[in-house]
Design a binder for this molecule. Structure first.
Ligand code: ADP
Length: 599
């Protein structure tokens, strides 16, 4: 990029310099044409003037016989007249020896009359070849001018020369206003016309010895110090235009040099064109090129950045798409996995429900089996319970027959009333048994703890009485209701009471304690006895089925296992422990049915 920039700047610089130079050259050529035309026309303007003088008869007479009185005066006046009419500087007549015989400025202080001017080349030139032209500084007046000379002939003989001196100051003045530096240089290289007055009578390049001698001889620039202009030519092979640097007024200025010949063969018209416009053009072009390059660079950078951004966004979009596809694929995979898992779960749930159903049925069977076991255990007591009234019934009915035979109807009536009461009591017992033995499905609801305790104690009434058991009940003031199934809760209580009675057989103190407490939406029912307590090795697995210490036939080891299962079904717990003061303690904890009681 650096190389490219440098090359572009170099090319721009070269091209701008070429174009600038070319423009200057064209303008310079045009100006040179104008300057040359004005110079030529100014020179041509007075060419005729000496010829007119040669035609004057008095002039020829004066040259032929210079001593003729009055002739000088007449020619002088004539010359002055023509000179003023033609607006030339001086008009005068010279004889073949170079002496001035008459002059338009005869009456002025710097009169030419009587002066010998044979050193001036225009005298000899005219005598030899009819005309002469010369530029120089006047040796008498000290004023520069252009001299036209023409031979004055009498027949074929050249007898003198007529000379017209013309000032070229107007040309210089016209040029000075143009702004360029225009110079006219003679064959020796002396600048004798210059749009810059201070450059006049300097030499354009060094003065040769021969030329210096010639100037000396012709007194061409009398009084002027011919020093060379302080100019340095430049190597200008690149643009093809010659250039010079001139030290002027303390600063170095650079000019392009354009040269043109003039109608005067030995002169050269030189135009020095200030090269500042070229430098300006080069500088502007460089600035412009630099700006364009900077713009292109920025554009390139912007496009690059943009392409980069587009590429990145495309890549990001593709990555997103890929991630999305991947996600969708994974979701599909997971979904199918989930569907499969779900089906699997549904199957498992169905199986589990079936298994639970089977288990529930098994549990119900087990509960029933437990009940039957209790009933079995209770059967001895029950038999006794029923046998007693049966024996009483027989006796009463036998008595009734005897009393009837004796016609003691009142006594018969009493007997029958007793019989009726006994049957009622038996009916109650069998009713209780029937109710206990009923195979009922689980029905959760509020259950009165007081009622459940009463029913359970009633079932064991005979045994309690037989065993002379003291019952202490510590119940809440109000009846407490728990979540459960009345029939099954009674079964649990019967189990616990029966076990307590079994344990207290033969014990010194036989006390059955029942405590009911309600606390924080839980109700605990504690059953205590004064038996020997539970064997410690038995405690950890006490609630497992078929754990028993009772002799064969007396216990199956199902009571506590079934009880624990029932309590669990109610959402409660059964805990067995030994009391520190002796005896076992079973605690049933159940959810209290507060709302129901409140209602
Ligand atoms: P079973 O009464 O048929 O043996 P249980 O499950 O009702 O079955 O009782 C298991 C065992 O727990 C009993 O054999 C007994 O050793 C012990 N047990 C139960 N209740 C008590 C108690 N109140 N005091 C001491 N041991 C008890």
């Amino acid at each position: 990029m650096l190389v490219f920039t440098a090359a572009a700047l170099a090319i721009a610089c070269t091209v701008a310099e070429r174009i600038g130079t070319e423009r200057l050259r064209e303008a310079g050529a045009h100006k040179l044409d104008l300057y040359a035309a004005s110079l030529d026309s100014a020179l041509a303007k007075y060419e005729y003037l000496p010829g007119i003088v040669t035609l004057k008869g008095d002039v020829v007479n004066l040259l032929r016989s210079p001593r003729t009185p009055g002739l000088h005066d007449s020619v002088n006046r004539y010359l002055a007249q023509v000179n003023s009419a033609a607006r030339s500087a001086v008009l005068y007549v010279i004889d073949t020896k170079g002496r001035t015989l008459a002059s338009s400025n005869w009456d002025e202080e710097a009169s030419f009359v009587g002066r010998n001017l044979d050193y001036r080349p225009y005298v000899g030139d005219a005598l030899r070849s009819d005309t002469g032209r010369f530029y120089g500084i006047g040796t008498t007046s000290g004023k520069p001018g252009f001299y036209y000379s023409r031979a004055i002939r009498d027949g074929n003989e050249a007898i003198g020369v007529a000379v017209a001196k013309v000032s070229l100051d107007p040309i210089e003045q016209a040029w000075a206003g143009a702004g360029d530096i225009a110079l006219v240089v003679d064959a020796s290289g002396v600048v004798f016309l210059a749009s810059k007055p201070e450059w006049k009578y300097k030499t354009y390049g060094p003065l040769g010895a021969k030329a210096a001698a010639m100037i000396e001889a012709t007194r061409q620039y009398s009084g002027a110090r011919l020093t060379p202009l302080a100019l340095t030519a430049e190597d200008t092979s690149a643009t093809g235009a010659q250039a010079v640097t001139i030290a002027d007024e303390g600063s170095l200025r650079r000019y392009l040099v354009f040269v043109r010949p003039t109608s005067e063969p030995s002169w050269r018209l030189i135009l020095l064109a200030d090269s500042a416009p070229v430098s300006t053009l080069v500088r502007n072009t460089l600035v412009f090129t630099a700006v364009v390059l900077a713009f292109l660079l920025l554009l390139a950078l912007y496009l690059r950045q943009r392409r980069h951004a587009i590429r990145e966004s495309v890549a990001a979009r593709e990555a997103l798409q890929r991630a999305n596809d991947e996600l969708e694929r994974k979701v599909a995979e997971r979904t199918s996995d989930l569907v499969a898992t779900n089906e699997h779960l549904s199957r498992e749930v169905a199986e589990r429900q079936r298994a639970e159903q089977v288990l529930r049925e098994a549990q119900d069977e087990l509960v029933h089996a437990g009940k039957m076991a209790v009933l079995g255990q209770m059967s001895a007591g029950m038999t006794h319970e029923l046998n007693q009234p049966l024996a009483a019934l027989r006796t009463l009915s036998d008595n009734a027959l005897v009393l009837l035979a004796r016609n003691r109807t009142d006594d018969v009536q009493n007997n029958l009333t007793l019989i009726s009461q006994l049957t009622e009591r038996m009916g109650k017992i069998t009713g209780q048994l029937k109710a206990f033995a009923r195979k009922s499905p689980l029905q959760l609801g509020p259950v009165s703890v007081r009622q459940a305790l009463g029913n359970a104690l009633a079932l064991l009434d005979q045994r309690l009485r037989n065993g002379q058991i003291a019952i202490t009940q510590d119940l809440q003031q109000d009846d407490v209701k728990v979540l459960g199934d009345a029939n099954r809760l009674e079964q649990v209580l019967v189990n616990l009471f029966a076990n307590a009675l079994d344990a207290m057989q033969g014990a010194a103190v036989t006390q059955l304690g029942i405590v009911v407490r309600e606390h924080a939406a839980r109700v605990s029912i504690v059953v205590r006895d004064t038996g020997p307590g539970i064997a410690p090795e038995l405690l950890p697995r006490l609630l497992e089925p078929f754990v028993t210490t009772k002799e064969q036939g007396a216990g199956l080891g199902l009571g506590l296992a079934v009880s624990a299962g029932i309590v669990r079904e109610f959402g409660g717990s059964l805990v067995a422990a030994n009391r520190p003061q002796g005896g076992a303690e079973f605690t049933i904890e159940l959810a209290s049915m507060l709302e129901t009681r409140d209602a």
